[in-house]
Each structure stands twice: as C-alpha cells, then as structure tokens.
Design a protein. Structure first.
Length: 107
C-alpha cells in the first residue's frame, strides 16, 4: 500500500488567500450594513471566515511545533550517532590492543 500523496503547503499562498477572504469579508460587511440584505448569507460568510482563520492559526501552530520537535530529534539523533561512532572506535582500539597482547603471549 502506497502512502497518500499530499499537496505541499505553500505558506504564502495560504496567507494570501486568508488576506483575500478578510478583505472580501470587509467588503461584504460594508455592503450588508449599507443594503441590509441577505443576512443569513452574511452570517454564514462571517462564520466561514472565523473557521478558516482559526484553522489557519492551528495549522501554523502545529507546523511550528512539528518543526521544533523535528529539529530537536535531529540533534538528539546526531548526538546518538556520534556516541555510536565513538563506541565503535573504542571497540576497534580494544580489539587491536587485544590482538597485540595475544600475539606477544608465549605459550
């Protein structure tokens, strides 16, 4: 089973779309106040804008948290990898020392 393919997130497009929605909401608000028509449509659009704004904020927060966790985990992984490399060098040095000692032993 292949993993699902996700469209990459483009923050500038998301921010531009949200700003466009906010600008459109301001225009719609002005028209609603001036003409006082379509109140249910106006209310639905206002709620949609609130939902999109909240979702956008949640996505930004989650992305930032995930990025920070990834950076922390990468640093921890690099540290563990360096410790493993040091342990391998110590093991190799001990093996060389052991073989030298064994070759010098006379039975």
């Amino acid at each position: 089973m292949t993993p699902p393919l996700y469209i990459p997130v483009t923050p500038t497009i998301m921010a531009g779309s949200l700003n466009f929605m906010k600008d459109s909401a301001s225009t719609a608000e002005a028209l609603f106040i001036k003409l006082n028509c379509l109140p249910s449509l106006h209310n639905r659009f206002q709620q949609l804008l609130i939902d999109v704004t909240n979702s956008s904020q949640m996505l930004r927060d989650t992305a930032l948290t995930a990025k920070m966790a990834l950076e922390t985990n990468l640093k921890a992984l690099a540290y563990i990898e360096s410790e493993l490399n040091n342990a391998e060098h110590i093991d190799n040095d001990m093996a060389v020392s052991r073989s030298k000692c064994n070759s010098q032993l006379i039975f």
